[in-house]
Ligand binder design. Structure first.
Ligand SMILES: O=C(O)CCC(=O)C(=O)O
Length: 268
């Protein structure tokens, strides 16, 4: 299977924003098939099922995750042999009336050196009135408990997804998100699969550009909803994740991590 791995700059973008967006990567034939398959439902799988058992060869879901750009991005973030945590077809009904509260999936998750990846697939175009998923860029490392963020209605810099058919998002498990109200007359589909890594998530992408200054630029990105001071902590958290993902304990941005690790006279 031919795949296209992410670059270091792209993975740094994922670490900063909490998601990677692959527009219109799924071919039209598979998108058309998806509408029937998702309407019929995909059988549930037990937590931790290896991907080839969860989605047998030739099944719709298997062909979806084998689309080369999707497979390459999944490998870049999760490595070989990820297991399926669960999957679900998310519908936003036409004229659906309400929006889902902002939330992060599961419970507060304190892992600093590993993460699950949530794939979201949109088989048809999602226009502005169709209840596209709301995403808060840069929220994934601000660890909150499920729907405790539900009282926030709108945050500066949020994205209410619009996208062409065949778009796939890969999300860090912690990102704040929610389905929006569908004011259109068309049912909105989204198929989500949560993957758990089965190997250390270290240098799994195309690392040829690891020394590119654009890596640190990506990791330094601020988002409009950040408080001036707390925003620094988000960059600090990203440095920790980048160190874990590269195995480079000297990586830093503006000395944030180096400064707080400086304890003269003590062994590391
Ligand atoms: O429907 C959506 O756009 C998002 C739903 C979702 O991800 C969830 O319920 O956790």
């Amino acid at each position: 299977m031919e795949t296209t791995l992410l670059t270091s700059v792209e993975v740094a973008g994922f670490v900063a924003r909490g998601f990677t967006r692959l527009d219109a990567v799924v071919p039209p034939g598979l998108n058309e098939e998806a509408l029937d398959v998702l309407a019929a439902g995909i059988p549930p799988v037990a937590y931790g099922t290896p991907l080839p058992l969860a989605f047998p060869a030739g099944s719709f879901a298997r062909r979806l995750v084998e689309v080369p750009r999707v497979a390459g991005a999944l490998h870049s973030l999760l490595g070989p042999g990820p297991t399926v945590d669960h999957h679900h077809v998310h519908l936003r009904e036409p004229g659906g009336g309400d929006a889902q509260p902002l939330h992060g999936d599961a419970i507060i998750d304190t892992r600093a050196d590993a993460f699950d990846v949530q794939l979201m697939y949109y088989p048809h175009e999602v226009t502005a009135d169709m209840g596209g998923t709301l995403l808060v860029p840069g929220s994934h490392l601000r660890r909150t408990n499920e729907s405790d963020t539900g009282r926030y209605q709108n945050l500066r810099g949020q994205i209410r997804l619009t996208c062409p058919a065949g778009t796939v998002l890969l999300l860090h498990h912690g990102i704040w998100h929610g389905g929006r109200r569908n004011d259109s007359d068309r049912l909105r589909y989204m198929f989500k699969i949560r993957f758990n890594p089965a190997v250390p998530q270290v240098r799994l992408w195309d690392t040829a550009d690891l020394g590119d200054p654009a890596v640190a630029e990506q990791l330094s990105e601020s988002f409009p909803w950040y408080e001036t001071a707390t925003g620094r902590l988000e960059i600090y958290n990203r440095i920790g994740l980048w160190r874990a993902m590269t195995g480079d304990d000297t990586f830093d941005v503006d000395h944030w991590a180096t400064r707080v690790a400086n304890r003269p006279g003590r062994s590391a």
